[in-house]
Design a protein around this ligand. Structure first.
Ligand code: AMP
Ligand code: ZN
Length: 275
C-alpha cells in the first residue's frame, strides 16, 4: 500500500484506520523509493495488533523502460539502502522538473516548485508523476489522473521524460544486503515476461501474482511462471487511496502459506547477508 510519503492519498494514521476497518491483520507499506512512512505505520498499527512488513516499490530501469521491483522484509534503517533511495528521490526531483518544462512548452504551465517544496517539507518524501497529474486535474487541464497520463505523462506522450535509474541487479544487491527479498511488481501490467527467467537467474526472489489489476487468468499464469522458475509469490492491493486507480484496500490477499514462504526466503537472504 502507498501513503503520502509517495503517491498515496492517505497519511499513515488514515491508512491504518482503513486497514483495521477492513479486518486486515498483516499489511505492507511499499511507497515508491522511500521508507518514510514505515515507522509511523508500524507504531500505529501495532496498537491494533496489525503486523507491518517493511516494503518499498523501487523503480529500476531496464532498456529505458521502468520496472517496478517490490522489496519486502528489508531492514528499512539500513544505511546503504537509505543512500540508494535518497539518490532515487533526487532523480525524481530532476525528472518532475523536466516534465514540467515540457508541459510549459506545450502551453500548460504547472507550478512544479510548489510541488517540490511540498516534497521537501518532509524529508524522505518521494515526488512522482501522479503529483503533476493531480495538479493538472486541479487546474482543469485534465478531468482525471488517468487522462493526464494518457494525454501527457505516460510513456510515448508529449511530456514523457525517460528515466535514469538503477538496473534490476543493482536493486537485488541493495535489497539483499538489507536482508530483504525482491518481487517483480504487477507483471501483468509491466508486460515483460521474457525478462522473468533471466531476472530469476540474477537474483529475483518472487513474482507478484496477486494484484488489483491482474485478471484471474493473469494470476494463474504468473503463479505457474513462478513455480517453473523456482520463485516465490507476493501479492497486494497496490492501494493508493480512494479516487485513485487501485482504490480498494484489502481487495487482494496473499494466502498465509505463500506469505510464510516469502518470509522464509527473506530469512535466508538475511542470513546470507550476515544478518
Ligand atoms: P512515477 O513514479 O513518477 O514513474 O509515476 C508512476 C506512478 O504513477 C505509478 O506507480 C502509478 O501509481 C501512477 N500511474 C502510472 N500510470 C498511470 C495511469 N495511466 N493512470 C494513473 N496512474 C498512473
Ligand atoms: Zn504509485
Amino acid at each position: 500500500m502507498h501513503t503520502t510519503a509517495s503517491d498515496g492519498r492517505l497519511e499513515p494514521a488514515a491508512l491504518v484506520d482503513r486497514a483495521r476497518d477492513a479486518g486486515l491483520t498483516t499489511i505492507a507499506v511499499t511507497d515508491h523509493d522511500t521508507t518514510q512512512a514505515i515507522d509511523e505505520v508500524s507504531r500505529l498499527a501495532g496498537a491494533d495488533q496489525i503486523r507491518v512488513v517493511p516494503g518499498i516499490e523501487v523503480t529500476s530501469v531496464d532498456e529505458g523502460r521502468d520496472m517496478h521491483l517490490l522489496a519486502y522484509f528489508v531492514d528499512h534503517h539500513d544505511a546503504a539502502l537509505g543512500e540508494f533511495l535518497a539518490r532515487q528521490r533526487e532523480r525524481r526531483l530532476d525528472r518532475v522538473r523536466d516534465v514540467a518544462a515540457r508541459l510549459s512548452k506545450l502551453g500548460i504551465p504547472v507550478d512544479v516548485e510548489a510541488l517540490i517544496a511540498r516534497a521537501r517539507a518532509k524529508p524522505g518524501t518521494a515526488i512522482g508523476r501522479p503529483w503533476i497529474a493531480r495538479a493538472l486535474v486541479r487546474a482543469g487541464h485534465a478531468s482525471s489522473v488517468a487522462e493526464a497520463f494518457d494525454r501527457w505523462l505516460g510513456q510515448g506522450q508529449p511530456a514523457y521524460v525517460p528515466r535514469i535509474g538503477p538496473s534490476p541487479t543493482d536493486v537485488f544487491a541493495t535489497v539483499h544486503a538489507a536482508g530483504g527479498v525482491v518481487s517483480f511488481a504487477h507483471p501483468g501490467v509491466t508486460k515483460r515476461d521474457e525478462l522473468l527467467a533471466p531476472l530469476a537467474e540474477a537474483g529475483l526472489d518472487a513474482v507478484e501474482v496477486y494484484h488489483s489489476d491482474h485478471t484471474p487468468e493473469a494470476r494463474a499464469w504468473y503463479r505457474a511462471v513462478a513455480g517453473a522458475l523456482g520463485l516465490g509469490v507476493s501479492g497486494g492491493s497496490d492501494f493508493h487511496g480512494v479516487g485513485e486507480t487501485r482504490a480498494v484496500l484489502g481487495l487482494v490477499h496473499l494466502p498465509p502459506d505463500e506469505f510464510e514462504a516469502l518470509e522464509a526466503r527473506a530469512t535466508r537472504r538475511a542470513a546470507q547477508a550476515g544478518r
